[in-house]
Design a protein around this ligand. Structure first.
Ligand code: GA4
Length: 330
């Protein structure tokens, strides 16, 4: 067994083992998107957890497995090769360092923008002269997942009784939508036994700044979400389903009715975890403010801001910060 020197372990965050990654929580809302009553269940899940799992999602299995195998191929390359596709500034390959402000995790990743004109040149040296296979797998996957995200957003608008039903989905459908895509690889950490009842952080606790995030992972556990009382629960992995997170912008659009969920990933001692996440965001110039039809005489809980302003401020923050705090009215 390779034993990491204590010094090397010290740069990573450890958390008390109050909730083992292996003690899985059975109560995550499960929503069948093919059922006619799903809109009400979606609203309830966004209010209670800001998190839920969907089945009968319509994303072809072939797109998922193609992208997963491309991702595994990439992450299996020698570090020196992968680094040719880095650093993530903000797009590209990253290893252990997350964001620009000193966060670290037991993770390596690829961050991409979903903009149609994105230049895959950085990946050329890694995938050969033509990175088309990787690019094709990413594009097929993103289009299918975006379609599902938009259908969920339309059902949410219907469930909330707001019109038009495209109020949320049009933000992702816009050509200028500022959405991001992330492939994460959490290598197994064999030395976890040495941590005396503590867990090693793969990806530190945070909320997602965007509107909605769509996550799919292989069958390795690690993802945890925080409940309203602040306790952490482990999400049972399910490689055939998608997990949906409410993001900060959605919390604002609904004036706090939907909660942006705090989540994190713990490292696993024996299994490697691979996840793929689509973060659906609005155009940079979009004003993010509670929808008037949801206010019913209430005051807005937030100062008005554009997505550009929120993003700028997010990139100055640490992962665990409460980014919406700066925009709350007192
Ligand atoms: C969290 C959600 C997405 O993974 C991400 C992350 C981004 C990054 O990894 O570059 C951020 C983080 C995320 C929020 C605060 C800033 C920016 C790291 C960080 C410390 C891609 C995103 O959009 O915001």
């Amino acid at each position: 067994m390779v034993v990491l020197p204590t010094q090397a372990m010290e740069q990573f965050s450890l958390v008390k083992n109050s909730c083992k990654a292996t003690t899985l929580f059975p109560g995550i809302p499960l929503i069948d998107l093919s059922k006619p009553d799903s809109k009400h269940l979606l609203v309830k899940a966004c209010e209670e957890f800001g998190f839920f799992k969907v089945i009968n999602h319509g994303v072809p299995t072939e797109f998922i497995s193609k992208l997963e195998s491309e991702a595994i191929k990439f992450f299996s390359l020698p570090l020196s090769e992968k680094e040719k596709a880095g650093p993530p500034d903000p797009f590209g390959y990253g290893n252990k360092m997350i964001g620009p402000n000193g966060d670290v995790g037991w993770v390596e990743y690829i961050l991409l923008t979903t903009n149609p004109g994105f230049n895959y040149q950085k990946f050329e040296s890694v995938f050969g002269v033509t990175p088309e296979k990787f690019q094709g797998a990413v594009n097929d996957y993103i289009s299918a997942v975006k379609k599902m995200a938009c259908s969920i957003l339309e059902q949410l608008a219907e469930g909330l009784n707001i019109q038009p039903k495209t109020v949320f989905s049009k933000l992702l459908m816009d050509e200028q939508s500022d959405s991001v895509f992330r492939l994460n690889h959490y290598p197994p950490c064999p030395d976890l036994q040495e941590l005396h009842g503590r867990n090693l952080i793969g990806f530190g606790e945070h909320t997602d700044p965007q509107i909605i995030s769509v996550l799919r992972s292989n069958n390795t556990s690690g993802l945890q979400i925080a409940l309203k009382d602040g306790s952490w629960i482990s999400v049972p992995p399910d490689q055939n389903s998608f997990f949906i997170n409410v993001g900060d912008s959605m919390q604002v659009l609904t004036n706090g009715r939907f909660k942006s969920v705090r989540h994190r990933v713990l490292a696993n001692s024996s299994k490697s975890r691979v996840s793929m996440i689509y973060f659906g965001g609005p155009p940079l110039s979009e004003k993010i403010a509670p929808l008037p039809s949801l206010m019913e005489g209430e005051d807005s809980l937030y100062k008005e801001f554009t997505w550009f302003e929120y993003k700028k401020s997010a990139y100055k923050s640490r992962l665990a910060d409460n980014r919406l705090g700066l925009f709350e009215k007192i």
